[in-house]
Design a protein around this ligand. Sequence first.
Ligand code: 13P
Ligand code: SF4
Length: 331
Amino acid sequence: MPVIEYTKEVKRIADPLYEKMKHVVSEVEWSVYAAYIYSINQLKKEKNAVILAHNYMTPQIFHGIADITGDSLGLAREAVNTEADIIIVCGVHFMAETAKLLNPDKIVIIPDPAAGCSLAESITPEDVRTLRVKYPGVPVVTYVNTSADVKAECDICCTSGNALKIVESLESDRVIFLPDRHLASYVAYRTEKEIITWTGSCEVHEKFTPAEIDRFRESVPELTVIAHPECPPGVLNASDYAGSTAQMIDFVEMKQPENILMVTECSMSDNLTSSFPNVNFIRPYNMCPHMKLITLEKVLKSLEDLGPVVEISDNVAERAGLSVERMLAVK
Ligand code: 13P
Ligand code: SF4
């Protein structure tokens, strides 16, 4: 890949974007990022591509090149609406698969296919089939953080933003809810239905502890704590609110607390700081190594090469697509 330079033209076009990230990106870093951002944004237009970026992307991706940002549910919804020919997913592999399931005729690209997820790794299609034999007739809800192969074995998907609503939409009194045991217990606490779950967990959120939240509260007076429901139950109990990444952003927007700790991946706070100058973000250091595999350099290369593309076999795509579409149909 040729070295891209921070020319006058790059400066003129890209520098206005620096405002949104200057609190976390140094000027030296910016001189490298700006050239990539400029090239990506040019190429994106030329190729009629859209960039969907998850809320955990770095600020240079989130503010620099994304056309649409959001949580898993928001990105899935936007994937249905796009008119672009090419969808670049800046997120992890299951998110790109979801976009492909909803757009089988489009080119869907993930800049690094190795960007996985500990939840998606925790369960196989065979595991789901075994559960179906053990609990005949019990509907299976799968968290969107799973492979398309696993989604194909399930009845309906959910995200952290709609998990309770999806479970409540089912007629059965018992529901198999896979694979995150913490999200399952968050749902179980709020529904009358019996929830049967799996042993999966998020390697980033499971590291938070109630003692850590207590320490933050002791050191920062008037601290509001909001957490992702992939956190263990003790952490959610120690928090003031739980919600998906998009719901956490909505919370900050609505309440504008003086001090906030977002108990989730560290880029969330970095991405929000510039939009809420009156809010003091207390930063956790938990980082998702999979999300961070997506870099500006890889995004540019993927636009140049038009790959790596996401491919799903017809048989899997048909059944997994139904699980996602059923979720999107629940109002
Ligand atoms: P959201 O859907 O809440 O953005 O969560 C996705 C995720 O991977 C959280 O770890
Ligand atoms: Fe998966 Fe956790 Fe990373 Fe989200 S933060 S992508 S659940 S490993």
